[in-house]
Design a protein around this ligand. Structure first.
Ligand code: UDX
Length: 448
């Protein structure tokens, strides 16, 4: 099928590349000309395992092209994805101005060919009808004399950064919201190779369930899923804090409760909290939506508060051990909000750095991606080291912030020798405690 994906951020690019890989003819549109040039030259503007390789092979087969020309994209696609960002406003609401601009732009270029407009961006509940209205407005403003024929479908994504390509080919479910049978059946056709697991790791797995529903329910599914997962993490973090006080080990508690199939073992890793571009934004947006409709969401607000407190728990642990932090050197292992990504959006490390700086500590950091790329992501007051040993040198404590796999293999005896004071705070309960302690380091975890 002919597909146009508008917006080549994280979600748009992964969607475009993967749809081309399963056989569709895809044009990706972005208004950033430099980014378009970069992608045309075969380079991915984001780091995501497997993405560059697929991008290259699809471009070579002619199934994937990039342009800054929206008109070209709209005329090419029978299915048009809106995949632009909806960043949070200071109030917690989503900023939908980019979605609005794209919807208006699509309207301007619509002719008399039927189109399915797919909302992939995470938009406030009720946006499906709003998009329809903006497209119609755009069409009128363009002076068009033909009545455009199109339907809007909500198709939220559930991709995790760092495994977005894998998640696209191995989804747990596909959600399609809309009220047009024609549009829904075109979307089902589009996703057929994914539903039948043709590109999945386990090709013999049962077909992917497709949830067909109305627009608002599809939009709500996205918020509810992310809010549930974020709340689950806040829950285990709260349990970890009680474990700390009563002398229990939260990693074992998580295992013990996770084996109950009603609970499930995933997303029960206690640590310094959730971050990234989705959880913080989506939980706040749902709180805000509820508020708009006169409902005070006590549970979700508590999940946010627990998370905020959790981010500063490493600081509290440092203060307990080192007392005065002024003049001390603290090394952070990892900066990104989670491993296998270069994303620093709403990363717990940012809050920690700010507070350590405020208290007069010197902050050093080593992150496999941030250090390597030389990008400091706008971080000020942090010395970026190029490896873990240089990080350890002269530190009064090292705090593991991100659970990058390579941190499990660090040379702890060497690091211990280089440190000023042998203390490790494991903010993700990721390290092998015995190994760390055998190296002569004091180990402090989160709730264990
Ligand atoms: C999330 C959702 O998983 C995905 O479905 C949605 O589309 C986008 O938001 P992502 O933000 O990429 O994906 O990261 P995820 O792997 O879900 O982790 C989010 C945060 O929670 C990270 O900061 C991670 O470190 C933290 N986390 C996760 C925990 O603290 N404990 C856990 O057990 C799991």
């Amino acid at each position: 099928m002919r597909v146009c994906v508008i917006g080549t951020g994280y979600v748009g690019l992964v969607t475009g590349v993967c749809l081309s890989h399963i056989g569709h003819d895809v044009i990706c549109v972005d208004n950033n000309e430099e980014k378009v040039k970069l992608m045309q030259s075969g380079q991915s503007p984001i780091y995501e395992p497997g993405l560059s390789e697929l991008m290259k092979s699809s471009a070579e087969s002619g199934k994937l092209t990039f342009t800054a020309d929206l008109a070209k994209g709209v005329s090419h696609g029978e299915i048009l994805y809106i995949a632009v960002g909806t960043p949070p406003l200071p109030t917690g609401e989503s900023d939908t101005r980019y979605v609005e601009a794209v919807a208006r732009g699509i309207g301007t270029h619509l002719k008399d060919e039927y189109k399915v407009i797919v909302n992939k961006s995470t938009v406030p509940i009720g946006s499906g009808d709003w998009v329809r209205m903006i497209v119609l407005d755009g069409n009128k403003e363009s002076g068009s004399t033909v009545e455009p024929i199109f339907d809007v479908v909500s198709n939220p994504e559930f991709l995790r950064e760092g495994s977005a390509v894998y998640d696209t080919f191995n989804p747990d479910r596909i959600v399609l919201g809309g009220n047009s049978e024609k549009a829904i059946s075109m979307m089902q056709e589009l996703y057929k190779p994914l539903v039948t697991r043709e590109f999945a790791e386990d090709k013999s797995a049962p077909p992917v369930p497709v949830v067909v529903t109305d627009l608002s329910s599809a939009e709500m599914i996205k918020y509810a899923a992310n809010s549930f997962l974020a709340t689950k993490i806040s829950f285990i973090n709260e349990v970890a804090n009680i474990c700390d006080r009563v002398g229990a080990d939260v990693t074992q508690v998580a295992e013990g409760i996770g084996l109950d199939s009603r609970i499930g073992g995933k997303f029960l890793s206690a640590g310094i909290g959730w971050g990234g571009s989705c959880f913080p934004k989506d939980v706040s947006a749902l709180v805000h939506t509820a508020d708009d409709y006169g409902y005070d969401t006590e549970l979700l607000k508590a999940a946010i508060n627990v998370n905020q407190r959790q981010r500063l728990l490493a600081l509290e642990k440092l203060q307990n051990e080192l007392k005065i932090l002024k003049g001390k050197t603290i090394g952070l292992l990892g900066l990104t909000f989670k491993p296998d990504t270069d994303d620093m959006r709403d990363a717990p490390a940012l809050d920690l750095i700010e507070q350590l700086n405020r208290l007069g500590a010197r902050v050093k950091a080593y992150d496999p991606i941030v250090s390597q790329s030389g990008l400091s992501h706008g971080l000020s007051n942090v010395i970026i080291e190029t490896n873990a040993e240089m990080l350890a040198d002269g530190c009064d404590a090292v705090v593991l912030v991100t659970d990058w796999k390579e941190f499990a293999k660090l040379d702890f005896p060497k690091m211990a020798k280089l440190m000023n004071n042998p203390l490790v705070i494991d903010g993700r309960n990721f390290l092998d405690r015995e190994k760390v302690e055998a190296a002569g380091l004091r180990y402090i975890g989160m709730g264990r």
